[in-house]
Design a binder for this molecule. Structure first.
Ligand code: ZN
Length: 146
């Protein structure tokens, strides 16, 4: 697979966290009652992801799940994202999406410090792969705006 060279080049610890999410993705599969659904596709790598959300009584994200297939970076990013945004209001989630986009550009390291998402900082060195990491987040944004 074309992803291997990048994966191998990532930092040992970071690589472990990413591969763990890839092997054992959190919140993978359809929601029982999805209230928002969006699909995203990254033609450069072939990543496909579908994001689903359900909302709580105050409009907060009650559940966020994803399905799809793609490289380890895309799948791991999706898995980490679903954990990150659970319980957030739409505005908070939008902020987090913007923060992650910035993070991939090299900004805001403190926002994701000590979270699993921090492990994706190594992806910055591979500009082509940044799209892989961002795909679930842009798809979530789509999903929230519907
Ligand atoms: Zn990819």
């Amino acid at each position: 697979m074309m992803v291997e060279s990048t994966d191998m080049a990532l930092d040992g610890l970071y690589q472990e966290i990413i591969l763990d999410h890839h092997k054992d993705p959190r919140n993978f599969g359809p929601l029982q009652k999805a209230e928002g659904v969006a699909e995203g596709f990254n033609p450069v790598c072939g990543d496909r992801v579908e994001v689903e959300v359900s909302y709580g009584p105050h409009g907060e994200i009650k559940e966020c799940a994803f399905q799809g297939e793609g490289c380890s970076i895309c799948m791991a990013s999706a898995s980490m994202m679903t954990e990150e945004v659970e319980g957030l209001s739409k505005d908070e989630a939008d902020d987090r999406i913007a923060a992650f986009r910035g993070f991939m550009k090299g900004e805001g390291d403190e926002t994701f410090k000590d979270t699993d998402l921090e492990s994706l900082s190594g992806v910055r060195r591979f500009p082509v792969r940044i799209k892989c990491a961002l795909l679930p987040w842009t798809t979530l944004k789509d999903c929230l705006s519907k």
